[in-house]
Design a protein around this ligand. Sequence first.
Ligand code: G4P
Length: 525
Amino acid sequence: MANNAEIQRRRTFAIISHPDAGKTTLTEKLLLFGGAIHVAGAVKSNKIKKTATSDWMEIEKQRGISVATSVMGFEYEGYKINILDTPGHQDFAEDTYRTLTAVDSVIIVVDVAKGVEMQTRKLMEVCRMRNTPVIIFVNKLDREGRDPFDILDELEAELKINVRPLSWPIGIGARFKGVYNIFENTLDLFTPDKQRVSERVEIEDVNDARVDEAIGETDAEKLREDLDLIEGVYPEFDEAEYLAGKTAPVFFGSALNTFGVKELLDCFVKIAPSPRPVVTEERTVNPDEDAFSGFIFKIHANMDPNHRSCIAFLKICSGKFERNAVYKHIRTGKPLKFSAPTAFMAQKKSVVDEAFPGDIVGLPDTGNFKIGDTVTGGEMLHFKGLPSFSPEMFKYIENTDPMKSKQLEKGIQQLMDEGVAQLFTNTFNGRKIIGTVGQLQFEVIQYRLLHEYGAACRWEPISLYKACWIESDDKDALEAFKKRKHQFMAVDRQGRDVFMADSNYVLQMARNDFPKITFHFTSEF
Ligand code: G4P
């Protein structure tokens, strides 16, 4: 219980959006408020520009930048805020899913003109699976866009979550005058400016005559009507519903103009959860327990090609993490001691002596860790919730340089440890199949194998629909299935049985023919 004050003031979250909605811009503005950076433009977008899918320099650059911005910590009004960055490019969606397992809440950015886009919908599904509390920021109000009531309807229908506006825009695009903050009953006028915060009008409430003076009678009337409608249509904001992941408060603004961002941040620190209990296979771990525990959710390998240097990102779940203390690596049973753990403040990395639940520390690693590994003070715990999702694309990987087969093997293993893609081994012919969520990952793997391990490979097409992890209580049924489908059976890296279905039709047939077998699209069930 000794760490309670530290735990209560921590807010660990991720900002997610469809590319181009304004995630990078919003992150940067939050860092500006936290005093972590001093000028706009300091945070580089970590996205690979769409035009640059085969620009290798760009990929290298992205890896460099994304380590620096993987975690951005800063202090704001007594709170310690940790923003976990997620890759912008959709081919790295798996990385984003994993990062979402390490956050306690999420801010979703939506472009007011485009509404809910594909990637936002997918990421919301992951949040829903975990009941992650969500706040929505509708961005780019300085541009022409959709009616805010329409946007709210769309958010509710597409993201399958109740919404409750906590701020409300006055006009949009060229007629955008500001936002009324329903949460605090304040009015902020819009002045397009990338560095400066907006002008606040002191008012009692929305019926104050100063509202009419500030935005004109017509807009003031419309604002009052809109607010009446909101009160009529949406139930009072209920913090418990938000914390349960059932209702998402909605804010409007313009990240580029630093407008509506402070309102978002002020409300966020008040309502967003401090580190939550985490479920392990053995029991639920509470952050205020004295004993230390945490898990690895991300690994960055080979940042410097001359050294095999990795950074493993550890999310602290309970207790206090201390430099040079001896911890247990649960999967290997080995004792571990970290003499140079790093913490992330703004874009700087520095060695830390201690860290608390909610914090992320970077552990220099020489290949000890895999994603999902648990580290504790000694207790046997296994954190759950880092599933592998079935990849969307599959290819055979073939060695093209027989002299380098060892290097290739090692490279594949390490890249898979890092979570770049998934490896399945066909049990019928022994061939290795790599599964990814996008074409770009194949290109990255091939490039990195060559440049970091000196191993050349080529891809061979294979037509597969999904990887299905299979299980059954009935051993005989399982064996019968494996025998019948022997050409399509594979094992994942943990040795679990995976059925590589080559079409949806085949999968449906298999389900009909083998009712005792359960088919899963994620590795954790
Ligand atoms: P992302 O990380 O979600 O992919 O989006 P990012 O912040 O990079 O923003 C995408 C584009 O949208 C950027 O323009 C950014 O300047 C712009 N943007 C962000 N917020 C606002 C806003 O409130 N209003 C307006 N009008 N634009 C906004 P870009 O031209 O792609 O990049 P840049 O050259 O400006 O960096």
